[in-house]
Design a protein around this ligand. Structure first.
Ligand code: TXA
Ligand code: MG
Length: 324
């Protein structure tokens, strides 16, 4: 059983124990504004190995490194003009930038999977305080078994990895609920590697540039975490349902009932008022709840493909992809 410390009531205790645990080379589950992360000292190969072991994750998959401030970021990566502008506007926040790794960075190659770039972000909230106190970057994927749904609460982490983990910091439900948006600036073009918690429209508004969407095949290589079957619940997933079959779990949006839903195993509405932010924050917890209902299939009602809807649909489509 993992020790769970509530950061809202015991922030000092949480910081002290977290830094002690990280210093011993052990992973700690930390609350970020996107999802809970499984964090370890990015400069310590043993610590990073433990992340891969706990998640059962393929080693070729690089990890995002989390920093507390710009000085810490500058020690490890070089910013081009556009990337800096994005970081200054959206950090701390749900934006990961892929940037050239500096030759003298002490981030271990196990964290970057030996690439000459680093995925880096400055998270919002208590996790940032942990990094500042620890004063080294933390490598952190989402705190779930590889291929499963990302955790948006300490209870999700405990249920999945509690048996293997020493410490979980509990800051309540993740505010955003979707992983960060991953961006790579290439020759003055802004490329989207993963839609996420930062709306692409906000990036376009800031820069006046069109963000280039991935050509599906190329993107899978560029951001190896983007394997088709990801974020998988146990149940099968049916997209864009216009009705509900008996005993299906229904996850709908916008407060509109669907024909047949009276026979559903469970009915969940991501946002009765059709607010995409609220829907994003509820998505993973509702997928877990629908899964736990025992239904063999989860039917998703239609969700608009605009704003954060793009990232929400991306995660649902991955959940629906054929399993290996
Ligand atoms: O919101 C988030 O991003 C959360 C929290 C914990 O920060 N983290 C997260 O990490 O979602 P993870 O490991 O589940 O996803 C990391 C993604 C993967 O798809 C990986 O391939 C990509 O980032 N990535 C990391 N470094 C990269 C690099 N150098 N080049 C391309 N893609 C990279
Ligand atoms: Mg993940």
């Amino acid at each position: 059983m993992a020790l769970i410390i509530d950061t809202r009531t015991e922030p000092e205790h949480a910081l002290a124990i977290a830094c002690e645990t990280l210093g011993e080379g052990l992973p700690v589950a930390i609350p970020t504004e996107t999802v809970y992360g499984l964090a370890a000292d990015a400069t310590n190969p043993d610590a990073i190995s433990r992340i891969y072991e706990m998640k059962g994750r393929p080693r070729f998959n690089p990890l995002i490194c989390h920093v507390a401030d710009f000085a810490m970021a500058e020690a490890h990566v070089s910013f081009d003009r556009l990337s800096r502008k994005l970081a200054e506007a959206f950090w701390p926040g749900p934006l990961t930038l892929i940037l050239p790794l500096k030759p003298d960075s002490d981030v271990h190659p196990l964290a970057s999977a030996g690439l000459d770039t680093l995925g880096i972000r400055m998270p919002e909230g208590f996790s940032r305080q942990v990094i500042a106190r620890f004063s080294r970057p933390l490598a952190a994927p989402s705190a779930n078994t590889s291929g499963k749904i990302s955790p948006t609460s300490a209870a999700h982490v405990e249920a999945d990895l509690g048996g293997k983990l020493a410490l979980i910091l509990d800051a309540g439900p993740a505010e955003i609920g979707l992983e960060s948006t991953i961006i790579k600036v290439d020759g003055g073009e802004i490329r989207l590697l993963r839609p996420g918690g930062l709306d692409v429209a906000d990036i376009e508004a800031l820069t006046g540039k069109t963000v280039l969407r991935p050509e599906t095949a190329g993107a899978a290589i560029e951001a190896p975490g983007m394997l088709a079957s990801h974020y998988a619940p146990g149940a099968a997933v049916r997209l864009n349902a216009s009705d509900v079959k008996p005993e299906e779990a229904l996850i709908r949006f916008g407060g509109k009932p669907l024909p047949g839903e009276e026979n559903a195993a469970i009915i969940l509405d991501l946002s009765p008022s059709a607010n995409l932010r609220e829907a994003a924050a509820n998505l993973f917890a509702f997928m877990k709840q629908a899964d736990a209902s025992g239904a063999k299939t989860i039917a998703f009602g239609a969700i608009p493909n605009e704003g954060l809807g793009e990232a929400i649909l991306d995660r649902i489509e991955r959940a629906a992809a054929p399993r290996e």
